[in-house]
Design a protein around this ligand. Structure first.
Ligand code: URA
Length: 208
C-alpha cells in the first residue's frame, strides 16, 4: 500500500491554521497554498535519485551529488494549479502538464476534458497536485488517466486529506504515495471536508 505522509511540521501547521480561517482573503490564501505546496514537495522529494559529480570550488575539487531524475508536475484543474508554483520553486526544471476532469451527470464517471502532458511524461516522475483529497473520485481518476498514458511513478500532493479519499486512492492505486499538509476525519453531505477550509478553488481564485 502507498504511504500516507501527514506533515507535522510547525511551519505547515501554522500555515494550515491561516488557510482554514474564513477571514483569510484570496491573495493571502493563494500565497500560503503555494508555500505549503513548496514545503510538502521538500518532503515528497526525499527519495529522488542522485548521481556523483565533481565540482570545482574556488578552493579545490569537491565530491558532490546532483539529482538524476526527470520530473513533472501535473495539477488537476483547477485548484491544483494553486500548488504548481510552490513545487516549481524547488524543482525549476520540472515540466508542467495539466489534467481536467468532470463527472458525467448521467453515468457519474469521470471524463477527461483537458489533458496536456509533457511529450516524454512516461519517463518522468510525476507529482500530481490536488489541494483537497475529499472523496478521492477526481484524484483516482486522474491517476488512472496518467497510468493509461504510460506514467509509472506518481506521487499525490494535497493540502488537506480525508479518510474516504485516502482509502480510495490507496485501494485503487496502492503504488501511489500521498503527501498531505493536514488530515481531517470527515466529510459533510456535500462532500466537503469538515472542518476543512472550504472550496479551495474558489478561495484560490476568488470566485465566491
Ligand atoms: N473540494 C474543496 O475545494 N473542498 C472540500 O472540502 C472538498 C472538495
Amino acid at each position: 500500500m502507498g504511504k500516507l505522509f501527514i506533515s507535522e511540521h510547525p511551519l505547515i501547521q501554522h500555515k494550515m491554521s491561516m488557510l482554514r480561517n474564513e477571514e483569510t482573503g484570496s491573495k493571502e490564501f493563494r500565497e500560503i497554498v503555494e508555500e505549503v505546496a513548496m514545503l510538502l514537495s521538500y518532503e515528497a522529494t526525499r527519495d529522488l535519485p542522485l548521481v556523483d559529480t565533481k565540482v570545482k570550488t574556488p578552493i579545490a575539487m569537491a565530491d558532490c551529488k546532483m539529482i538524476d531524475a526527470k520530473l513533472a508536475i501535473v495539477p488537476i484543474l483547477r485548484a491544483g494549479i494553486g500548488m504548481t508554483d510552490g513545487l516549481l520553486a524547488l524543482m525549476p526544471t520540472a515540466k508542467v502538464g495539466h489534467i481536467g476532469l468532470y463527472r458525467d451527470p448521467e453515468t457519474l464517471n469521470p471524463v477527461e476534458y483537458y489533458c496536456k502532458l509533457p511529450a516524454d511524461v512516461e519517463e518522468r516522475r510525476v507529482f500530481l497536485t490536488d489541494p483537497m483529497l475529499a472523496t478521492g473520485g477526481t484524484a483516482t481518476a486522474a491517476i488512472g488517466f496518467l497510468k493509461e498514458k504510460g506514467v509509472k511513478n506518481i506521487t499525490l500532493l494535497c493540502v488537506l486529506a480525508a479518510p474516504d479519499g485516502v482509502k480510495k486512492v490507496q485501494t485503487e492505486h496502492p503504488d501511489v504515495d500521498i503527501y498531505t499538509a493536514a488530515y481531517d476525519t470527515m466529510l459533510n453531505d456535500h462532500g466537503y471536508i469538515v472542518p476543512g477550509l472550504g472550496d479551495a478553488g474558489d478561495r484560490i481564485f476568488g470566485t465566491k
